[in-house]
Design a protein around this ligand. Structure first.
Ligand SMILES: Cc1cc2nc3c(=O)[nH]c(=O)nc-3n(C[C@H](O)[C@H](O)[C@H](O)COP(=O)(O)O)c2cc1C
Length: 260
């Protein structure tokens, strides 16, 4: 860690704070959206391409009850998610819900509709999927298999031995491609990107809770090792948030809160 992190943090906040009258009037409407960086990432060199298709939506859940009962739960069972459950979680976080012509809108809001967030999955137990590292191809709505291997110990090691991660059916790693947002918002992008990730994670909480699955957001992981594992540079494309999801026994939430 950098010895001057407090000074750097203070400088960052000051350097990205605005004052009334400081910005040129009408700058946002002059942004040429057609020149924005590409919104969609896909991989060519993959071991599997798994089409997801339209998820099979369950009966509607009561939002107010979901909010009342939302908890972070970590006591996962050694049981697989169905591919439809995973598809619902992905749709709830990144699914395309409107076509605006040269861009598309999603279930999760994004600053300027620029969608910097990418989704990587460390799949441990999902019916019909080999264990491994996958990337969500949002445009074609499919999973791209990047590494075929047992990911549970990798997730455990990369989160400094958080037990839930090796039990989870799937560990989500959200990354950001900085230029998508920075191209328009410059210094402010370094705030927007993390806000985008927070919105995505909250949608995952609600979707997982609606399906009766356990979920916990994770802020504590080893960034450098994660970037190496994902094959991203850690500066222009970096990890921004994680979450673990798995099946629960369905007991009292206090019992489900911590891994046994
Ligand atoms: C940004 C963020 C990072 C978090 N990081 C972790 C983590 O690394 N490990 C963990 O077990 N829980 C983590 N949590 C979950 C919190 O501990 C949890 O939300 C908090 O205790 C409140 O409990 P509740 O979500 O059940 O209401 C994180 C939550 C957030 C929002």
């Amino acid at each position: 860690m950098h010895p001057d992190w407090q000074k750097i943090a203070n400088e960052f906040i000051q350097a990205t704070s605005y004052r009334v009258g400081e910005l040129e009037k009408g700058w946002a409407s002059r942004y040429d959206f057609s020149k924005r960086p590409r919104t969609y990432l896909h991989y060519e060199d993959i071991f599997a391409r798994v089409p997801l298709g339209e998820p099979d939506f369950p009966a509607p859940a009561d939002l107010w009850e979901l909010l009342q009962n939302r908890r972070s739960k970590r006591n996962f069972l050694d049981q697989p998610l169905t591919l439809n459950e995973l598809n619902l979680l992905l749709w709830g976080t990144q699914g395309i819900t409107a076509d605006m012509g040269d861009y598309q809108l999603r279930t999760t809001p994004s600053a300027g509709a620029l969608y910097p967030i990418e989704t990587y999955l460390l799949i441990n137990h999902v019916e019909g999927l080999e264990k491994g590292l996958y990337h969500l191809n949002v445009r074609d709505w499919c999973l791209e298999g990047l590494k075929q291997e047992d990911t549970s110990e990798i997730a455990y090691r990369l989160t400094e031995e958080q037990e839930m991660t090796r039990r989870a059916a799937v560990n989500f790693v959200w990354t950001a491609m900085v230029d998508r947002t920075r191209h328009k918002y410059r210094e402010r992008a370094y705030r927007y990107i993390w806000w985008d990730a927070g919105h995505t994670a909250q949608n995952l909480h609600l979707a997982a809770n609606a399906l009766g699955l356990g979920i916990t957001t994770i802020g504590h992981w080893m960034d450098h090792d994660m970037h190496e594992y994902l094959g991203i540079d850690g500066t222009e494309h970096l990890s921004v948030l994680m979450a673990s999801v798995g099946k629960l026994a369905g007991g009292h939430w206090l019992e489900e809160r911590r891994p046994k």
